[in-house]
Ligand binder design. Structure first.
Ligand code: SF4
Ligand code: SF4
Length: 651
C-alpha cells in the first residue's frame, strides 16, 4: 500500500506541476492584459452562468450536438468526486471518500452519467466522422479525437472498475444501485484474475485522468476551465457597444497607449480570455454571412489564429501572421457570431481592434473606404454633401429645425446621414415626419447641426474620428437640452443609445418603429390594412444588437399580412451594409442577394425594412436578382395606410 501511495503521489505531482506551469503562464498573460470593466450587473451574470453554462442553453439550440456536449459536460460535473474516490481506491481498494463514497444513490448517478458521457462521446464522433458538418472546417480535429478518446477511456474504465468491485463484493450497497456496472460484473468471476483487473482498471482510470489534467491547458479543451469565466465577463447590456480607446487617459503612459490590436500584448483581458475559451465548435462560422457568401472571413479562424499567436509567446504583429488582413475587412459587424457562440466570445471587438491597428497605426485599409472617411471628416457625412443641404427634405413639410439656444421639444428627431442625403432612404424621413405631425407629436430636427454619429468611422477602425464626432454631437445635444431622441437609423440608434454614454451623452433613445407603433396602439395613428403579404427583414443593429423586434412587426401587422423569413428576429441575416461595408467593395456572392432570395422565397410582394442602410442594400439586391419585390421602410408603409393621414409619398 505504501508503494502504491508513493507512486500515486509522484504521478499526481507530475500532473499537477505540468498543469500549474501552464496555468501560471496563462494567468501571467491575463494579469498583464489591459483591463475592461465587466464587473457590474451581477444578477445577470449569475443568470448567464445558470443558463448558458449549467443549462447549456446556446448549445442546446442545436439539439443533437447540444445534447452530446451537454451529456459530457453534465457527466463531468457529476463525476468530479469520483476522481477522489478513484485516487483513494487506487491506494486501498477497501477505502473510499468519507460519506459520498458510501452512498448507493451516488453509485447510481455514477452509472447513469458514465453511460451518458459515453453516449455523448459516440454522438460527437458520429457528428465529426459521419455527418462532417462544414462548421468544423479548420478546427483541430485530431486533437478533438484525442480528447474524446481520453474521455471515453475515463468513462469506460470507471464502469469496468465498478463492475470488478461488484464481482469481488467490495461495495457496501445493493447491486441494484449500479444497474450498468452490475450487468457488466457478470463478465467477471470472483477470482484472482478479477482482483488483478480491478487494480489495473483503477490505475488506468486514475492515470488517464492525470494525463488529461496535464494535457488540458495545452489543448483546445482549455475551455473546460475558461468558458464559465468567459461567460461571466461577457457583455450583459449594450451589446452593440464597442470599448472606447482612451487616447487621453492620464494614468496610461504615452508609450503604453493602445491603438487597437497590433500584437498579442495589445489584447485586453476579455479578448485574451476569449482566445483561451474557443471550443472550435464552428457555430460562429456557420452563422457568419461573410463565410456563407464565400468570403475569406471565418470568425472561428480569427479567434483560433489569435490564440495561436498568443500562446506562441511571440510578441510579433498579429496581422497578417495570425489573421489574414482580407478577413478583417470582410466583417459586417452583424453580431451573428457573438450570438451563436456558446462561450460568449465577442468576435466584433477583436475584429474592430485589428482594424483600429491597421487604420491608425499602419494606415492600411481598403482603398474604396478612403473617400467615405475623407467625406466624414471634411463634410461631416459619408455622402460628402454640404451640411447646409441636410434639412432640404424637411423644408417642404414644415418640419421645425431647432436653432441654437432654442428649447428642445419633447422629441428630437435624429434623422441620420442616410435619410438626409440618400434619395431612397429620404422617403423614410419624410414619412416619419408626416406621421409624427399627423399624430401631434412635438418634435424638431437639428438640421445642419446634426453630424454623422461617427459610426462608420468607428466600425472601420478610425477611433480618432469617431471620438471627435461623439464629443461634438454630445455637446450639441446636451446644449439643446435634448432628453428624448427618435431615429430611424439602427446604426445611429446603437451609437446614440449604447456608445454616447461613454462620452457624457445620456439620452432616452427610441427607434422610429417603436414610437410609431406606440402612436398606433394609442389610436393617434389609425392605419388600414390592405391585406398585402409583407415580409420583414430585421436589421442586425436593431434586432440582434438592440432587441427591437416587436415594434416593426406590429407596424407590418397593422398594414398587411406578415410572412416571416426563414432567418428572422435575432437570427436575422445581414443586408451586407454594417461595419462600414456600405462604402466598401464586396468580394464573392453579395450578401444582399442572398438575403433578398430568402425574402422572395416567402412569396411576399413587399420586403419591409426599418433601416436606411437595409433599404438601399436590399433594394440593390432586389434589382440584382431581377425580382419585382418592393423594398420599403415600415414608416412609409404606415404613412400609406394611415386613415385620413398623409398622402402616399411620391417615388
Ligand atoms: S460580426 Fe457578422 S460578419 Fe463579422 S465575423 Fe461575426 S458573423 Fe461574421
Ligand atoms: S468562437 Fe465560439 S462559436 Fe466560434 S468556434 Fe469558438 S467557441 Fe465556437
Amino acid at each position: 500500500m505504501l508503494v502504491a501511495a508513493l507512486v500515486l503521489a509522484a504521478a499526481v505531482a507530475v500532473s499537477a506541476t505540468l498543469f500549474a506551469v501552464r496555468v501560471g503562464f496563462l494567468l501571467r498573460l491575463l494579469r498583464a492584459a489591459p483591463s475592461v470593466e465587466r464587473t457590474g450587473d451581477v444578477p445577470r451574470r449569475v443568470q448567464n452562468e445558470a443558463t448558458i453554462v449549467l443549462g447549456q442553453r446556446k448549445l442546446l439550440q442545436r439539439l443533437g450536438p447540444g445534447l452530446a456536449h451537454a451529456f459530457i459536460f453534465w457527466g463531468f460535473l457529476v463525476l468530479l468526486p469520483t476522481i477522489l474516490i478513484a485516487l483513494i481506491g487506487a491506494v486501498d481498494k477497501r477505502s473510499t471518500l468519507p460519506w459520498l463514497g458510501h452512498q448507493g444513490w451516488y453509485a447510481l448517478l455514477q452509472d447513469i452519467f458514465a453511460v451518458l458521457v459515453l453516449v455523448g462521446v459516440l454522438s460527437a464522433l458520429w457528428i465529426r466522422k459521419v455527418q462532417r458538418p462544414r462548421r468544423f472546417e479548420g478546427s483541430h480535429l485530431g486533437e478533438a479525437d484525442l480528447i474524446l478518446a481520453l474521455i471515453a477511456t475515463i468513462a469506460t474504465t470507471l464502469l469496468l472498475w465498478h463492475a470488478c468491485r461488484i464481482a469481488l463484493a467490495l461495495n457496501e450497497w445493493p447491486r441494484a444501485w449500479s444497474p450498468v456496472s452490475n450487468a457488466l460484473s457478470h463478465l467477471f468471476g470472483r477470482d484472482e484474475a478479477t482482483r488483478v483487473l480491478e487494480r489495473v482498471l483503477v490505475w488506468a482510470h486514475v492515470l488517464t485522468i492525470l494525463a488529461f489534467l496535464a494535457y488540458l491547458p495545452r489543448s483546445k479543451h482549455l475551455h473546460i476551465f475558461t468558458a464559465a469565466v468567459n461567460v461571466w465577463f461577457g457583455r450583459t447590456a449594450h451589446r452593440g457597444r464597442l470599448e472606447p480607446l482612451r487616447f487621453d487617459d492620464p494614468d496610461v503612459p504615452e508609450d503604453e497607449l493602445r491603438f487597437g490590436a497590433g500584437t498579442a500584448a495589445d489584447l485586453n483581458f476579455k479578448e485574451l480570455l476569449d482566445t483561451f475559451s474557443c471550443t472550435e465548435c464552428g457555430r460562429c462560422q456557420d452563422a457568419c454571412p461573410a463565410w456563407a457568401t464565400g468570403k475569406v472571413l471565418s470568425p472561428k479562424l480569427v479567434i483560433m489564429g489569435l490564440r495561436d499567436q498568443v500562446l506562441a509567446q511571440d510578441p510579433s504583429a498579429l496581422v497578417p501572421q495570425a489573421v489574414p488582413e482580407e478577413s478583417v475587412w470582410d466583417c459586417v459587424t452583424c453580431g451573428a457570431c457573438v450570438q451563436a457562440c456558446p462561450v460568449s466570445i465577442e468576435h466584433i471587438d477583436h475584429i474592430v481592434d485589428l482594424r483600429r491597428h491597421l487604420v491608425m497605426v499602419e494606415s492600411s485599409f481598403p482603398a474604396e473606404a478612403e473617400p467615405m472617411l475623407r467625406d466624414v471628416e471634411r463634410a461631416s457625412n459619408p455622402w460628402g454633401k454640404a451640411q447646409s443641404e441636410r434639412a432640404d427634405w424637411a423644408s417642404a413639410l414644415g418640419v421645425r429645425v431647432l436653432e441654437a439656444g432654442e428649447k428642445a421639444p419633447e422629441y428630437l428627431y435624429w434623422v441620420g446621414c442616410a435619410s438626409s442625403f440618400d434619395e431612397r432612404a429620404r422617403r423614410t424621413a419624410e414619412s416619419t415626419a408626416k406621421l409624427l405631425q399627423a399624430a401631434g407629436v412635438e418634435f424638431a430636427i437639428l438640421g445642419p447641426r446634426e453630424s454623422c454619429t461617427g459610426d462608420p468611422a468607428r466600425r472601420i477602425g478610425n477611433e480618432y474620428v469617431f471620438q471627435a464626432f461623439a464629443e461634438q454631437n454630445v455637446e450639441v445635444l446636451n446644449d439643446a437640452g435634448a432628453t428624448k431622441l427618435v431615429t430611424g437609423c439602427p446604426h445611429c440608434f446603437n451609437t446614440l443609445a449604447n456608445e454616447y454614454p461613454d462620452f457624457g451623452g445620456e439620452f432616452e433613445v427610441v427607434h422610429h418603429s417603436e414610437l410609431l407603433s406606440q402612436l398606433v396602439s394609442e389610436g393617434r395613428l389609425r392605419p388600414h390594412s390592405n391585406g398585402q403579404a409583407i415580409t420583414y427583414h430585421d436589421s442586425c443593429y436593431l434586432a440582434r444588437h438592440n432587441d427591437v423586434l416587436e415594434a416593426p412587426r406590429a407596424l407590418v401587422a397593422a398594414v398587411g399580412e406578415p410572412v416571416e423569413m426563414h432567418r428572422s428576429r435575432r437570427s436575422t441575416f445581414c443586408c451586407g451594409a454594417g461595419g462600414a461595408h456600405m462604402w466598401m467593395e464586396e468580394r464573392g456572392t453579395p450578401i444582399n442577394a442572398e438575403r433578398v432570395r430568402e425574402a422572395a422565397a416567402t412569396g411576399a410582394d413587399t420586403l419591409a425594412v426599418a433601416c436606411p442602410f437595409c433599404t438601399v442594400m436590399l433594394d440593390d439586391g432586389v434589382q440584382g436578382i431581377g425580382s419585382d419585390m418592393r423594398v420599403v421602410d415600415v414608416a412609409t408603409l404606415l404613412a400609406e395606410a394611415v386613415e385620413d393621414g398623409p398622402s402616399r409619398p411620391t417615388s
